[in-house]
Design a protein around this ligand. Structure first.
Ligand code: NAD
Length: 500
């Protein structure tokens, strides 16, 4: 795990509070690591409750005083447009930073960060289209509703796709008129600290967007507990999500939770096998398996089990592993030491449970991978859905293959987990596809595709994969509250002591 001591001559990054680059109140920093070299490359401010207090106060001031609350939603949208354009212009620099912190492929990050501005454009357009309603009420009154922002929103995100995941929260929160305190993961703080500079350049008033850094218990918890905070938008593990949910309950804060998954990718014998192989491989080994929607359980119909596993192993073994900055590389390192150790542990767990290694199960024997946190794409066969390797989220390049006979068995196995984030179905039979979409307990179901996500389309979990939705029109509703207004049309108020 990354050292928590400050040291050496590494560049010191700054937090951003009230539009001002800020050193941590306690004066402490910790190292952030490049997963390709496993070496530290910068020092990140180790924020504490004092920094949380400053940031929330700044966001509260920006929400209640000054320019931001006076802006018309159209003007908020214009600022967001400018920000989107600045992110577009800086996509390559931001992608390089992201890769340095989390080891994702540079080509993939340039593409992903190039797509991020769409969220700002989409919610910029929505900002002045959020309408209330006139209610045909049974009382003598003009009765209408007005959607209003909540206030200070805290956004807490993990390390696998920092810039994208923070955008999914910040864009709707700002479009709705809130102010934000963002806490990125302690493993990947750099892009958040860079992108906040673009908010200022776009013309956002100081305090509307604040970024603090550090560890969950040291600065995350004080943010969640702060009485001026009205909403917690959290993406991360189900365990942390549960802790935040119960903490937020003590003073009735709103939460939206985007949590873990153990998603089934279900392959029927009648599907296009070439497409299914590509979809299954992309679903689990894309981003080195470090996505919440990873299709980490492959449910494959018994009649094609051996052939499909064989094709899968052959296709996967062609993937080039190495330096994520090189364009020819297809699989990069695991993002941090803690996650690397977790993958190693789960491979041992699977072996002990009696699963068979069909591919991988070890570090790659490649020169340029010697220092970094690399692990081969790994396929386990002979997995029973009751095993830990089928029930617990690995969040790494490890696929569990589970055979089934028919639709009913596929649905039973697919739903037999505490998670419900996503599911994939590969079949040529559209009746079957529709039946599966109805019976699968998942917030997203893909038919003959996998891992598609868009700013237009609601995303979120069933069961322990989360609460609330991001993206699309549903996404902005998480950041609004409804005020009902009664304007009496009666000429005389009735005597309150005469009932009826
Ligand atoms: P994590 O839960 O350990 O940490 C997530 C964030 O929460 C980090 O910023 C961390 O510092 C902070 N945190 C930790 N403890 C906290 C506390 N007590 N109070 C406040 N903040 C706290 O998760 P991780 O390891 O960073 O990320 C991996 C997890 O994220 C996986 O479970 C993955 O499935 C999930 N994830 C979900 C989605 C989704 O949209 N559903 C997307 C990406 C990742």
């Amino acid at each position: 795990m990354g050292s928590r001591q400050s040291g050496g001559s590494l560049e010191k990054l700054s937090m951003s509070i009230d539009g001002i680059p800020s050193a941590p109140a306690a004066g402490e920093y910790f190292e952030t690591f490049d997963p390709f070299t496993a070496q530290p490359w910068a020092l990140v401010p180790r924020g504490t409750a004092e920094d949380a207090e400053h940031a929330v106060q700044a966001a509260h001031r920006a929400f209640t005083e000054g320019e931001w609350p006076r802006l018309h939603p159209t003007q908020r949208g214009q600022l967001m447009h400018r920000l989107g354009k600045l992110i577009e212009d800086n996509a390559e620099t931001l992608a390089e930073l992201e890769v340095r912190d989390n080891g994702r492929l540079l080509a993939e990050m340039i593409h992903q960060i190039g797509y991020v501005p769409n969220w700002f454009y989409y919610y910029a357009g929505l900002a002045d289209k959020i309408e209330g309603a006139f209610i045909p009420c049974d009382k003598p009154a003009f009765n209408f509703t007005k959607p209003e922002p909540l206030g200070v929103c805290v956004c807490i995100v993990p390390w696998n796709a920092p810039l994208l995941l923070m955008t999914l929260k910040i864009a709707p929160a700002l479009a709705a008129g809130n102010t934000v305190v963002l806490k990125p993961s302690e493993h990947t703080s750099a892009t958040a600290l860079k992108v906040v500079e673009l908010f200022e350049a776009a013309g956002f008033p100081p305090g509307v967007m604040n970024v603090v850094t550090g560890f969950g218990q040291e600065i995350g918890e004080p943010l969640v507990a702060h009485p001026l905070v009205r909403h917690i938008g959290f993406t991360g593990s189900t365990e942390t999500g549960a802790r935040i949910y119960s903490q937020a309950a003590s003073d009735i804060k709103r939460v939206s939770l985007e949590l873990g998954g153990k998603s089934p990718n279900i392959v029927f014998a009648d599907c296009d096998l070439n497409n299914a192989v590509k979809g299954v491989v992309g679903g689990i080994f894309g981003a080195t398996g470090q996505t919440c929607i990873a299709g980490s359980r492959l449910l494959v119909q018994n009649s094609i089990h051996d052939e499909f596993v064989d094709r899968l192993a052959r296709f996967t073994s062609q993937a080039r592993i190495g330096d994520p900055r090189k364009p020819e590389i297809q699989i990069g390192p695991i993002a941090n030491r803690m996650q690397y150790d977790k993958v190693l542990d789960y491979v041992e767990v699977a072996k002990k449970e009696g699963a068979d290694v069909a591919l991988g199960g070890k570090r790659p024997d490649i020169d340029e991978c010697r220092d970094g946190w690399f692990y081969e794409p790994t396929i386990f066969t002979g997995v029973d859905n009751a095993m830990r390797i089928a029930q617990e989220e690995v969040f790494g390049p490890v696929l569990s293959v589970i055979p089934f006979d028919d639709e009913d068995e596929a649905i039973r196995i697919a739903n037999d987990t505490r998670f419900g984030l996503a599911a994939g179905v590969w079949t040529a039979d559209m009746r079957r596809a529709l039946v599966m979409t109805e019976k699968l307990d998942a917030g997203t179901v893909w038919i003959n595709t996998y891992r598609d996500v868009s700013y237009t389309t609601p995303f979120g979990g069933y069961k322990q994969s989360g609460i609330g939705r991001e993206n699309g029109v549903e996404g902005i509703k998480e950041y609004l509250q409804t005020k009902a207004i009664w304007l009496s049309t009666a000429t005389e108020i009735e005597n309150p002591f005469v009932i009826g």
